[in-house]
Design a protein around this ligand. Structure first.
Ligand code: PMP
Length: 286
């Protein structure tokens, strides 16, 4: 099926969507993005994604070419036009086409480029990985220092995922100065008894929307939350480990750098938090 995508004000078949070769997203990775999940045809955590998008743009002196009202409507139109029941909406805004290649930002009169497209994921709610858990390797965190901005500079995370694949694993825990920062496309957590431990927000990690929402639900469910960094060794000896992200919700981690975590199977806390996030998320979805 040919998807309908959105490019700079137009809904087009994906085969007709075009962006200039001079676009700074293409030439300089000068662009930010968001991924919002869709369950039952509705958007999860939309307000959080919209807010983070505004923050990312602001940090880079970029302007959203679309108003907040129109942006929500574009999301809804794409869900409808592509018949998305469960899946993802990808959004990218670049600094636009400066007409040439230059390190210097173009004048603010150059409009940004905005692109949105859908990906249907029928088993988004119940993927096999959520039942089996995933295995992660430790991987040096060599990304730039503003990981709090959701830019499209994803080569190092891609290399981390390739290294994980080569090692027979699914993903990576990034490590900086001996401490886990986050997953290659997720926030990372360990569980000790009733306590959920995760790195505090800073420029070192992306401020996950799923993280923010889940921590509220977890506190309401009487879990203790400790925001501090942890090591790979601590993760290996924890009761449980898991990651969160808009496309994976809560995903149990059963092995860290070759060692099983807990029983080596998905644990009850990750399972409960996943159920909680999905049930509450669906209720609040728009
Ligand atoms: N950290 C990184 C590096 C990510 O790429 C992502 C997902 N894009 C996350 C964390 C999770 O963020 P969210 O819950 O907003 O998807």
């Amino acid at each position: 099926m040919t998807r309908t995508v959105y490019v700079n004000g137009d809904y087009l078949p994906e085969t007709e969507a075009k962006v200039s070769i001079f676009d700074r997203g293409f030439l300089m990775a000068d662009a930010v993005y968001e991924v919002t999940s869709v369950l039952g045809g509705k958007l999860l955590d939309y307000a959080g994604h919209e807010k983070r998008l505004a923050r990312s743009l602001n940090e880079l002196d970029m302007v959203n070419p679309v108003t907040p009202e129109d942006l929500l409507e574009v999301h809804r139109q794409l869900v409808e036009r592509n018949g998305i029941e469960n899946g993802l909406i990808y959004l990218q805004i670049t600094r636009g086409n400066a007409g040439d290649r230059s390190f210097v930002f173009p004048d603010t009169s150059v409009p940004g480029t905005i692109v949105l497209f859908t990906q249907s994921v029928p088993d988004l709610e119940l993927p096999k990985s959520a039942q089996t858990g995933i295995k992660v390797i430790a991987f040096d965190d060599l990304r730039w220092g503003r990981r709090d901005i959701k830019t499209v500079q994803l080569l190092w995370p891609s290399m981390a995922k390739m290294a994980a694949k080569k090692a027979g694993c699914d993903d990576a825990f990034f490590v900086k100065d001996g401490m886990v920062t986050e997953g290659s496309s997720s926030n990372a957590y360990i569980v000790k008894g009733n306590k959920i431990i995760t790195r505090p927000l800073s420029n070192d990690i992306l401020h996950g929307i799923t993280r923010a929402t889940l921590l509220v639900y977890a506190a309401e469910a009487q879990f203790e939350i400790e925001e501090r960094a942890f090591t790979i060794e601590e993760a290996q000896s924890a009761d449980e480990a898991f990651v969160t992200g808009a496309s994976t919700f809560v995903m149990p981690v059963i092995e860290v750098d070759g060692k099983p975590v807990g029983t080596g199977a998905p644990g009850p806390v990750a399972r409960r938090l996943r159920e909680l996030y999905i049930a509450e998320g669906k209720k609040a979805a728009i």
